[in-house]
Design a protein around this ligand. Structure first.
Ligand SMILES: *Cc1c(COP(=O)(O)O)cnc(C)c1O
Length: 368
């Protein structure tokens, strides 16, 4: 380890070495014939065949720089959702946007709020900006608007709200999001992280388009990662022109690569593939919830493409023991102790084969 303030070496800014690096979902298991990766909320139906084709085509032109503003991708997104392309910024995954917003709107004097079981990336970017993360209690594993509003101080500059949240899968109905916004001072940026919006099938849910359009302190972030392009790294933000302008000054000049742009355009235009993916998710999310409950395991009600499974208190049947048992059989789930769930696992909705396999394996595990 290096000593702090060693004059003979470059030193990261204060606080950087206190950041705990993000741990991605595992993707391998040893000694099993077939691995089912259910740890990163990827699309079990894979990428759109049209995206694969588009990526192949662009491969022949990899010597050419991409369009730095990803204009055609922004236009394809704008057309799909009825937005103005000028209010969209594309990014290398939506993570990049979350980092840029932190870098642009936070100083070391500031605080940024997120909730107890929220997506962990927020904390990393807040700390990387030198600001103070403020963690707010949830109620029933769901963001609590009153608790968030009560945590706001004159130093608060950003509120990150994952809606739906990962790893809980819970969501705030839109009247609650509106109530949160209405209670905030106008200088606070409300970031609506709608990474799972495609999968939500609830009448009282809205990803945030309307609220962005009618205010100057709200942005919505979205991603292609959960609908088939996790590996291509494509995300986007819809926000007020002033915020888009600030991001465009700071982001990498070619932050979205040529393959990501073409695969993204093909994906968003392939509505049939998206609809098929969402229908698959709806069927199997419901089935898995019922099966796990039937096994005596509590699940958090999810509207995303994953489900949080809680394990019993006895050490023999803990989440860690279940994870080992499942891994030995090729089923890779996600441990979520770092999210405040020491005795739960998050499972991405998989193929029919994977889903049935996990249920059968857990039934055997609980009897063991
Ligand atoms: C997966 C995820 C993201 C974004 O991922 P990218 O791959 O960087 O687009 C953002 N927020 C939440 C809550 C997520 O689960």
């Amino acid at each position: 380890m290096t000593k702090a303030n060693d004059p003979l070496r470059p030193q990261p800014r204060a606080g950087i070495m206190d950041i705990e690096a993000y741990v991605p979902g595992k993707s391998t298991a040893h000694g099993v014939a077939k691995v089912h990766k259910l740890s990163s909320n990827e699309n079990p139906l894979g990428p759109s065949p049209k995206a694969i084709e588009a990526a192949r085509e662009v491969a022949a032109k990899l010597d050419i720089y991409p369009d730095g503003s990803a204009k055609r991708l922004r236009e394809a997104i704008a057309e799909t959702y009825g937005l103005n392309a000028a209010n969209i910024v594309c990014s290398n995954g939506s993570d990049e946007i979350l980092g840029l917003l932190s870098q642009i709107y936070l100083t070391p004097d500031d605080e940024a709020i997120f909730t107890e079981h929220a997506f962990m990336v927020y904390k990393i970017y807040i700390k990387a900006a030198g600001a103070t993360p403020v963690v707010v209690k949830e109620t029933d594993e769901r963001a609590d608007v009153d608790a968030i509003l009560a945590a706001v101080t004159p130093r608060t500059k950003i509120i990150f709200l994952a809606n739906p949240n990962n790893p809980t899968g819970t969501y705030l109905p839109f009247d609650e999001v509106r109530r949160l916004h209405a209670g905030l001072p106008k200088n606070i940026l409300l970031v609506l992280d709608a990474a799972y919006a495609e999968y939500v099938r609830r009448n009282d849910y809205e990803a945030g388009i309307e609220l962005v359009a009618s205010s100057r302190n709200v942005v919505m972030t979205r991603t292609f990662s959960k609908i088939g392009l996790g590996g291509a790294r494509v995300g986007w933000m819809y926000g007020p022109l002033e915020i888009v302008d600030a991001i465009n000054r700071v982001r990498g000049p070619f932050n979205v690569n040529a393959v990501a742009i073409e695969a993204g355009i093909a994906t968003i235009r392939d509505r049939a593939h998206i609809e098929k993916s969402v229908a698959h998710n709806e069927t199997w999310l419901r089935w898995l919830s019922e099966e796990f409950t039937g096994l005596g395991l509590r699940v958090t009600p999810s509207v995303g493409n994953f489900i949080l499974i809680h394990f019993p208190d006895d050490a023999k049947h803990s989440a860690a023991a279940a994870d080992d048992y499942l891994s030995e059989r090729g089923y890779i789930l996600r441990r979520v102790a770092g999210y405040g769930f020491p005795n739960a696992l998050r499972m991405s909705i998989g193929t029919e084969e994977a889903n049935r396999g996990v249920v059968a394996a857990l039934a055997a595990f609980l009897k063991s």
